[in-house]
Design a protein around this ligand. Structure first.
Ligand SMILES: NC(=O)c1ccc[n+]([C@@H]2O[C@H](COP(=O)([O-])OP(=O)(O)OC[C@H]3O[C@@H](n4cnc5c(N)ncnc54)[C@H](O)[C@@H]3O)[C@@H](O)[C@H]2O)c1
Length: 265
């Protein structure tokens, strides 16, 4: 066990994982947080998936609890924050991982799909922050890590209008909270993962483009200067740093974790 998050209490929102050949960013992050000594509340609307993450952490001797919540609901976010304080008395880290894809441009996309993606990707982060920040403010300490995407600052080669828009909003939300709370001991940062080989991205995008998983992998590997996609663990290690006291002077940062994709033009 590491010590980088020793004595910290963390909430990981979206700590389950879409099933598939690899592992999601949220599950990998929850596992690393626990390995580094944090007690972790595993929040997910899919209780079985959160439980699976809890079992993985428990099997390594870590401490975690699962909590079923749909974070598009304000009441559910309030209950999530209360559950964490009830269990461990504080909230040091809020890690917002929940996000869903959305293919298509303004003509193809339905209004229902547009609103749904903004609700899940952006409103959820507003609501978790709304209900966690009062506790962090009382403590005069806390670290928020939001999972954005490189899509916030670069257009994908295929239309993903609402996804790009939602992640740009996550960057704005992060910087706004970072500024407001900078003098209260609370930091807020975002990670912008590039092309990561997670089930949600691989299975979701392959289906959306109507191509095989192996063809998508070939294309995504080739698009990265390092010539391979990242793993969920790469995103998770960045989250460990930003959540830890090692990053105590770092706030409002939008950190690419992308194998060099942002170096290209
Ligand atoms: N894989 C990539 O290439 C890539 C690139 C950039 C950004 N990202 C971002 O990474 C994040 C996804 O990471 P992941 O791999 O862990 O995904 P995942 O789908 O494996 O896990 C996300 C979890 O969130 C849960 N969830 C979804 N909606 C929810 C809701 N309303 N309330 C509560 N839980 C909910 C799901 O049940 C799932 O268990 C997203 O924010 C995504 O935009 C991924």
């Amino acid at each position: 066990m590491g010590e980088r998050l020793h004595d910290k209490v963390a909430i990981v929102v979206g700590a389950g994982s879409t099933p598939g050949e690899t592992m999601g960013n949220g599950r990998a992050t929850a596992i690393l947080f626990a390995r580094e000594g944090a007690r972790v509340l595993l929040v997910d609307r899919d209780g079985d998936s959160a439980e699976e993450t809890r079992r993985m952490i428990a099997s390594e001797g870590g401490e975690a609890r699962s909590c079923v919540a749909d974070v598009t609901s304000s009441d559910a976010c309030a209950r999530m924050a209360e559950a964490c304080v009830e269990a461990w008395g504080r909230i040091d880290i809020l890690h917002n991982n929940v996000g869903i894809g959305g293919m298509g441009g303004p003509v193809e996309l339905t209004e229902v799909a547009w609103r749904r993606v903004l609700d899940v990707n952006v409103t959820s982060m507003f609501l978790t922050c709304k209900h966690v920040l009062p506790t962090m403010e009382r403590q005069r300490s806390g670290a928020i890590v939001n999972i954005s995407s490189l899509a916030a600052i670069r257009a994908a080669p295929y239309p993903m209008l609402v996804y790009n828009t939602s992640k740009a909003a996550v960057n704005g939300l992060t910087r706004s909270i970072a500024m407001q709370y900078a003098d209260r001991g609370i930091r807020a940062n975002a990670i912008m993962p590039g092309l990561i080989e997670t089930p949600m991205a691989m299975e979701g995008i392959a289906a959306g483009l109507g191509i095989s998983r192996s063809e998508l992998k070939r294309r995504r590997d080739a698009a990265v200067p390092m010539k391979h996609m990242g793993e969920a663990w790469d995103v998770a290690w960045a989250a460990v740093y930003l959540a830890s006291d090692e990053a105590r002077y770092v706030t409002g940062v939008l950190l690419p974790v992308d194998g060099g994709v942002t170096l290209k033009g």
